[in-house]
Write a protein that binds this ligand. Structure first.
Ligand code: 13P
Length: 340
């Protein structure tokens, strides 16, 4: 596969009106999500849930790709077809989370570095055999007293760049995800400063590792107030600051930008994306790669009960459609009322 094929693939991940579903929850994370609706996490419930998501009617109109977890890409849907095939047959590009989680960074209290580079080349080869065409690696940057440190951001940026270079070598499009967390009572100004520093250092490392940005998707946080801040910035401010921050730190060569939702409510995440796209054309497509903001209402509607599956799938298609409209700045509250 030539570089231009990888560029085409990256471009198709941000195709008009389409975004990405992150369904790559690790075992502890999916357990936490299921606990929230009183459902036990077993191989069978996880399979049933991912089957519900991946077979939902209409979603191929709004989704370009789905990020899976290791267990899921090795598993089959209820009808026996491998999940990667179920997606590919609908024109949805199969993706895979390849990092091994964020772990304590020694000597840097409160900070983490993402692990998973050892053996990554072999794992990428295996995932590609199983149908994955793109991958995800998430770094987390916490805001707090004296953090983040430059060293922590640099260590995470370095790992992201090593990962991205290996993905290209294995003909896989990397999603580069440096997430500045919402946790804390910091202001939106602080979030903007930390996000800008994080993005600058990440792109410095990508350049140093000779990574072709035309075949990279960036998955950043939006610039928002800390979750516990007394003053919460409104939709317009979030949109303006996020776009300004990205314009200052993300090269125009990048194939596309797909935001994470990070703990925003589903409607907030859609409103913010909508407001950003309403600001007018940017050097890159501004799209979504949400986990919680697409799945929360779906899981809540389903709760592990087969008799709720149809309803839950409709809720999913509705959220996906709202975010698709937000890619054009065409989302309205009316869409939620009509669906309710
Ligand atoms: P959220 O949208 O729930 O933040 O998840 C996105 C993701 O993929 C985290 O890595």
């Amino acid at each position: 596969m030539s570089m231009s094929d990888l560029e085409l693939l990256a471009a198709s991940l941000v195709a008009k009106g389409k975004g990405i579903l992150a369904a790559d929850e690790s075992m502890p994370t999916i357990k936490k999500r299921f606990d929230g609706v009183g459902l036990e996490s077993t191989e069978a419930t996880r399979q049933a849930y991912r089957d519900l998501l991946f077979t939902a009617p209409q979603i191929e109109k709004y989704l370009s790709g789905v990020i899976m977890f290791d267990e899921t890409i090795r598993a089959t849907a209820r009808n026996g077809t491998p999940f990667a095939r179920v997606l590919a047959d609908r024109g949805i590009i199969p993706g895979i989370k390849v990092d091994k989680g964020a772990w304590r960074l020694p000597n840097f209290p409160g900070e983490k570095v993402t692990e998973g580079l050892d053996g990554l080349r072999d794992r990428l080869m295996e995932y590609r055999e199983m149908g994955a065409r793109f991958a995800k690696w998430r770094a987390v940057i916490a805001i707090g007293d004296g953090i983040p440190t430059h060293y922590c951001v640099e260590a995470n940026a370095h790992a992201l760049a090593r990962y991205a270079a290996l993905c290209h070598e294995q003909e896989i499009v990397p999603i580069v995800e440096p997430e500045v967390l919402m946790d804390g009572d910091h202001s939106i100004e602080t979030c903007e400063q930390v996000t800008e520093m994080t993005l600058r250092l990440t792109f410095n490392q990508l350049r140093a590792h000779r990574v072709a940005l035309e075949a990279v998707i960036l998955k950043p946080n939006m610039v928002v107030s800390g979750k516990d801040a007394t003053e919460q910035a409104g939709v317009e401010q979030v949109a303006e600051r996020t776009v300004r921050c990205l314009r200052r730190s993300v090269p125009a060569a990048v194939a596309g930008i797909c935001f994470l939702s990070g703990g925003q409510s589903p409607e907030q995440a859609t409103e913010h994306l909508n407001a950003m796209n309403a600001l007018g054309p940017q050097p890159w497509e501004l799209s979504f790669s949400y986990a919680r903001a697409l799945q929360e209402p779906v899981l809540d509607a389903w709760r592990g009960d087969d008799s709720n599956t149809d309803r839950a799938q409709k809720v999913f298609a509705h959220r996906a459609k709202c975010n698709s409209e937000a890619r054009y700045g065409r989302y309205t509250k009316q869409m939620e009322i009509m669906a309710a």
